[in-house]
Design a protein around this ligand. Sequence first.
Ligand code: HEM
Length: 277
Amino acid sequence: MGKLLWEFSLGYFGKGLEPSSDYCEIMNIGESLVKESSNSMNELREPKFASEGGSDYEVYIRTDELLVLQPEPATWKHRDELLFTVVHQSSELWLKLAVAEIDHAVLNIDKDLIQAASRYLIRARDCIHYTTTQLPMLEKMTPWDYQHVRTALGHGSGFDSPGFRNIRESLKVLVTSVQQALGRADLTLEKLYLDVEANESLYSLVELLVDLDEALMIWRSVHVKVIERTIGGTVSGTQGTPVEVVRNLRDRSIMEELWDVRVHLTERANRELASDG
Ligand code: HEM
């Protein structure tokens, strides 16, 4: 519609028509263009999947099924069950996407398509970031309200999150695949970090592994703070795990060497580079 009106105005001014003399003719053209465009807009509103019921949006996104997956008010132990469920379910969805992107990146790395792989890993990293940014929403529950929500959870625990379980598995495969790519290029991590200019794409790829590792550490740090704000830092969770244990898992890495290489570079610099300090 916008495009049609734009073309109409271009034609109007482009032809150098006088508004007074050609006003009627132009209004007629305008009206027929508007009618034509609203006809085609009406056509666009007709569902293509009409036989399946609902609009194309509802059918394709499967909103009917999606929106009944949260506990209904009639069964709530507390109204914050909706908030709690939405944050968890959307985290599972972002992690599902992250896993798919990591798996696809691995297929590319194995064919030495490093830049393509990096593109998918950027998406995976952003998925983890989105799960982190929604965590503070849980801190909007009062600690006492959460105690009521908690009674609905049974022995449900994040340790059983399929999203986190699958991402851990996918990351193991990714790490192996990156190590093999470095091997094919006859590079150790230290060699790579000492000569980045000669190996830009592999360097970006390895740095994306660091990004992913760090993104998970940040998620875990924020998660621990959510736990401490909600149930306290010296109690146990719904499966009996002391919060202390979760706190100690924060800096667990998918590949320690990614962090060690920095230490080796500092040690090397201390030995080899002159310092003024
Ligand atoms: C009010 C919000 C939350 C509280 C109070 C909470 C509490 C806890 C506690 C106490 C544990 C230790 C295990 C146990 O349950 O005994 C745990 C573990 C875990 N939770 Fe949560 N959690 C919350 C939100 C979330 C969300 C939104 C996710 C996202 C899926 C999540 C994922 C996990 C994971 C993956 C673990 C395993 C430990 C780890 O990998 O760091 N939690 N949570």
